[in-house]
Design a protein around this ligand. Structure first.
Ligand SMILES: C[S@@+](CC[C@H](N)C(=O)[O-])C[C@H]1O[C@@H](n2cnc3c(N)ncnc32)[C@H](O)[C@@H]1O
Length: 278
């Protein structure tokens, strides 16, 4: 069942931290979900699996799209997030959640017509094996729609946060293919991974948009506190002494003050919307 992944302990601490800031995370990522679901264009009656569903916002939207004759299964490795997703979905008959490692386990509801994921497929320790397994969850002709982060250099929201924190604590060197948000950022790697797993007609579209970092209306100070506790990079501050933490928070707040807008703190972000079929 759920396993611990190096640096990305979603079955444990990372999942618990995502849950702690669930509403803010979901508000920040809502436009990505809109773009993904618009591309996926799910139809009534379809059977859908949402990989790495987290607290289930995309699964809930998908359940609306497939209606009472369809089925949506949210699959996630974090017990805390699966429990919360199930609680939030109570009463929607066509929506269910399961705990499991999507890179290895086959839920009894398989095969599916459709597979969707908003930022839930970049954490597998062995992506070629995991994507072959994801393909096996789909029926022949089934389709997959994914949102995955693009190159960090196109994501100043992450790079500038990293730089602000890195001015105060030592940062680990980035490992591009290690499990983590940017594991699938390289388009050549992504294409070869999908083709190696048997997907045909792989299409990728780069979407660039500003994201409201701590959701609509958050102040620079709130955004700094959110960034330092909600993202893995902020964990580097946990072991720092109080003076270092305060200085890093002040730099984050200064950064977010430069990006303050009438809607909240908005910074440029970029992700791939991927479509592939078997
Ligand atoms: C960045 S969060 C995205 C959550 C959700 N899709 C959303 O957009 O709100 C990544 C999610 O992938 C899940 N995850 C990571 N590795 C997984 C695996 N091997 N199998 C299933 N879920 C996994 C995590 O527990 C987490 O909920």
């Amino acid at each position: 069942m759920a396993s611990r992944h190096q640096g990305e302990d979603w079955a444990g601490d990372r999942g618990a931290k995502w849950l702690r800031d669930l509403d803010v995370m979901e508000a920040m990522l809502a436009p990505v979900g809109e773009a993904l679901l618009a591309q996926a264009a799910l139809a009534p009656g379809e059977r859908v699996v949402d990989i790495g569903c987290g607290g289930g916002p995309t699964s809930r939207r998908a359940a609306d799209a497939v209606g009472a004759d369809g089925l949506v299964l949210g699959l996630d490795i974090s017990p805390a997030l699966v429990a919360e997703a199930a609680r939030r979905a109570e009463g929607v008959a066509q929506l269910a959640f399961r705990l499991g490692d999507a890179g290895r386990e086959t839920p009894p509801e398989a095969p599916f017509d459709r597979l969707i994921s908003r930022f839930g497929v970049m954490f597998f320790p062995d992506p070629p094996q995991a994507f072959r397994h994801l393909a096996s969850l789909l029926r022949p002709g089934g389709r997959m729609d994914l949102a995955v982060w693009a190159d960090p250099r196109r994501n100043p929201w992450m790079m500038e946060m990293r730089a602000a924190i890195g001015a105060h604590v030592e940062l680990p060197s980035p490992e591009p293919l290690a499990p983590g948000p940017f594991q699938l950022a390289d388009p050549d790697y992504l294409d070869s991974l999908l083709q190696g797993a048997g997907f045909q007609a792989v299409e990728r579209r780069l979407v660039e948009m500003p994201l409201l970092l701590a959701g609509p209306g958050a102040s620079p100070a709130e955004t700094a506190r959110f960034a330092s506790r909600a993202f893995a990079i902020g964990e580097l501050l946990d072991a720092a002494d109080e003076g270092v933490k305060a200085a890093a928070l002040a730099d984050l707040e200064a950064l977010y003050t430069r990006h303050q807008t009438a809607e909240g703190v908005a910074m440029p972000a970029a992700f791939w919307l991927v479509r592939a079929a078997l």
